[in-house]
Design a protein around this ligand. Structure first.
Ligand code: CAA
Length: 258
């Protein structure tokens, strides 16, 4: 069904592996379209409660496909970047936890793909960077925006203007990565993290994602009002009765939709 990605599902946990190792998993239009299709199907699939995104071979994703982009006119380039934004926005806003398990190079569009995920867990072998200015372009899959929001404006400007490729330890130090592990522990750690989140109330987790994403770009007053709305959604769910009853009766909560 897919030519450039692998899709697996195991007890509610989906794994999407970018699978173009000969081109360091570079994102061409075909890969972007397949990512859009797979995430649309994940959104609709009630059996999927969480997602891990990773890369086959020694790269996570080494960026948008430079060979393809080199042949595009400005308008065609704009179309490709719009598709990239559609993919990244969709991944970011899906109300299911998405964890990037960054196994190797996460450069350009690859760093941007990791930024669109909710959480980044990196192997000590991972490398991050936004090398676009060395190619005469700027990040085009949301990097100028999400990187600044995650690590701050100054560090985003530093990384984007110097095009420096940083190691996983530096990425962890600046807050670009939430967890750093040895390469052989990467997938296990991502799975354990996903399973921990999956053991919590699914509606609460989904609304927390939306509250953080939407609230982040609003002023404090509007963001507070938005939190009250999303809180009310969770508060009105059966999971609230179950979670609180379980606490009060000193038992483990059994959430629905899990
Ligand atoms: N696009 C297309 N092909 C790529 C690619 C990319 N982004 N990255 C790597 N490849 C290809 C190489 O051309 C090479 O192909 P051939 O075997 O046919 O020559 C193959 O993958 C293996 O790559 P290398 O031989 O270069 O492997 P390496 O181990 O020596 O280096 C690397 C690895 C440091 C990741 C290096 O490949 C590299 O610098 N890649 C480009 C990184 C980059 O500039 N990314 C940003 C792209 S622009 C972008 O992403 C815009 C945006 O914001 C959306």
């Amino acid at each position: 069904m897919y030519n450039n990605i692998k899709f697996e599902k195991n007890e509610g946990l989906a794994t999407v592996t970018i699978n173009r190792p000969k081109a360091m998993n570079a994102l061409n239009e075909d890969v972007l379209n397949e990512l859009l299709i797979v995430f649309h199907s994940i959104a609709k699939d009630d059996d999927v409660k969480a997602v891990i995104v990773t890369g086959e071979g020694k790269a996570f994703v080494a960026g948008a496909d430079i060979a393809q982009m080199s042949k595009l006119s400005a308008l065609e380039g704009r179309k490709m970047m719009s598709l990239g934004h559609e993919v990244m926005n969709y991944i970011e806003n899906i109300e299911k936890p998405v964890i990037a398990a960054v196994n190797g190079f996460a450069l350009g569009g690859g760093c941007e793909l990791s930024l669109a995920c909710d959480i980044r867990i990196a192997s000590t072998k991972a490398k991050f960077g936004q090398p676009e200015v060395g190619l005469g372009i700027i990040p085009g899959f949301g990097g100028t925006q999400r990187l600044a929001r995650l690590v701050g404006k100054g560090m985003a400007k530093y990384l984007i203007m110097t095009a420096e490729i940083i190691g996983a330890d530096e990425a962890y130090r600046i807050g670009l990565v939430e967890k750093l592990v040895e390469p052989e522990e990467l997938i296990d750690t991502a799975v354990k993290t996903a399973r921990t989140i999956m053991s919590k109330a699914p509606i609460a987790v989904g609304t927390a994602i939306t509250a953080i994403n939407k609230g982040f770009d609003l002023g404090m007053a509007e963001a507070s009002a938005f939190e009250i709305e999303t809180f009310t959604t969770a508060f009105g769910s059966d999971d609230k009765s179950e979670g609180m009853d379980a606490f009060l009766n000193k038992r483990k909560a059994e959430f629905k939709n899990r």
